[in-house]
Design a protein around this ligand. Structure first.
Ligand code: GLN
Length: 384
């Protein structure tokens, strides 16, 4: 067996959702909404199942969806993207896997930001990449010039970046993006830019696509997700948008990872992207209201929370909340003894973890959040 996978633990998202199912806990762990999807997009998928093709889609995706993705980025982010640059994948995780397989040569240095989404590092390592880390720390989780200067070397070939960022809920702004872009342009380093949360941003913020910065269009492999745009995470429809030469190579990897993605879901996503984005904006506003509701409830319970500028997640700082336990212990006891699942942020670090932050998903109906908060009140008492 390959030792990397033989020794790899099961993803924390699957562990926590599994425990939540088995123990009938309220699941504020794995990030998925329990409201907020557009009914007409679901109807379009149902209609496509009955009347459309149920055979293999073209390997790079349905032309209608590739065009819809390109048109969406042209209209929404003013990016010069055409359909030939788009490859539809079976979710963003597949997009990440195919891109890393395609872009890394064994021995290449790959720069990653910690805390990091748990899929990145095993895939980088399996592709032969040599990881180097930029460590972000609470409460600001800020990218600094010093940290980048220390992490970039002449051997840096690829950067794995995520913005808006899971699990810190930061929406990196222009100043931090420029710092990163400057290093990449100077060294010709390609960036795998996981931007799946691009529409889940709050309080009037706007996501800035990295490929829109000077010199970055040629260097950025951008990843997007219909699951996150339409609150349909189970559909597993994502995409890669890359400069033509990189897109060609990513497509070669994609063809032997999943080959193609369910055509009915693809045509429904194409339909959804062609509509005005009012529903998407309304859902983001509803999620912001859910965030505020959860934050107010947690603060009333004595929990100290961290800022949440985007994504589905609000984090609690255990130490600042007067809880001495580390995040793993807290999450384990919370799900087993208080019936509420959360995600320990230390599982997003490969080394030198921050162990005092717990991530909670607020993309839930009021009933779910209220029940979850009742149980988080019990969890707090476990550590009194
Ligand atoms: N993106 C989700 C989260 O952060 C997890 C997705 C998955 O489990 N594959 O919770």
């Amino acid at each position: 067996m390959n030792p990397l996978f033989a020794e790899l633990p099961t993803s924390i998202f699957e562990i926590m959702s599994g425990l939540a199912r088995d123990l009938e806990a309220i699941n504020l762990g794995q990030g998925f909404p329990d409201f907020g999807w557009p009914d007409d997009v679901v109807e379009a998928a149902a209609g496509a199942l009955r009347s459309g093709s149920n055979q293999y889609a073209p390997m790079r995706g349905l032309p209608a969806l590739r065009e819809a993705v390109a048109a969406h980025y042209r209209a929404h982010h003013r990016l010069a993207v055409d359909a030939g640059q788009v490859i539809v994948t079976s979710g963003a995780t597949e997009a990440i896997a195919a891109s890393l397989l395609a872009l890394i040569e064994p021995g290449d240095e790959v720069l990653l930001f910690q805390p990091l989404y748990d899929a990145y590092l095993p895939l980088v390592r399996r592709a032969g990449g040599v990881p180097r880390f930029v460590r972000l720390v609470p409460p600001d989780w800020r990218i600094t010039a010093e940290a980048l200067d220390a992490a970039f070397t002449d051997r840096t070939r690829l950067v794995v970046f995520n913005n808006p960022h899971n699990p810190t809920s930061r929406v990196f702004g222009e100043a931090e993006l420029r710092l990163l872009a400057d290093h990449c342009v100077r060294r010709g380093a390609v960036v795998l830019s996981d931007e799946v949360w691009e529409h889940v941003v709050f309080d009037g913020r706007r996501h800035i696509p990295l490929c829109g910065l000077p010199g970055m269009a040629e260097l950025t492999v951008k990843i997007g997700s219909a699951g996150k745009i339409f609150s349909l995470t189970g559909w597993k429809v994502g995409w890669v948008v890359a400069p033509p030469a990189l897109a060609e190579t990513v497509a070669k990897a994609h063809q032997f990872v999943t080959f193609a993605t369910a055509p009915n879901l693809q045509s429904a996503v194409a339909f959804g992207l062609a509509k005005p984005l009012d529903d998407v904006a309304r859902t983001a506003a509803a999620f912001a209201a859910s965030r505020d509701h959860l934050r107010a409830g947690l603060e009333a319970l004595g929990y100290a929370t961290l800022p949440a500028e985007g994504t589905y997640f609000l984090s609690v700082d255990l130490a600042a909340s007067g809880i001495a336990a580390d995040d793993m212990t807290f999450c384990d006891r919370a799900v087993r003894e208080a019936g509420v699942a959360a995600i320990p942020v230390s599982s997003f670090y490969a080394e030198d973890p921050v162990t005092r932050v717990v991530r909670l998903c607020f993309a839930k109906r009021r009933e779910t959040l209220d029940e979850g908060m009742g149980r988080l009140g019990q969890a707090r008492r476990l550590f009194a």
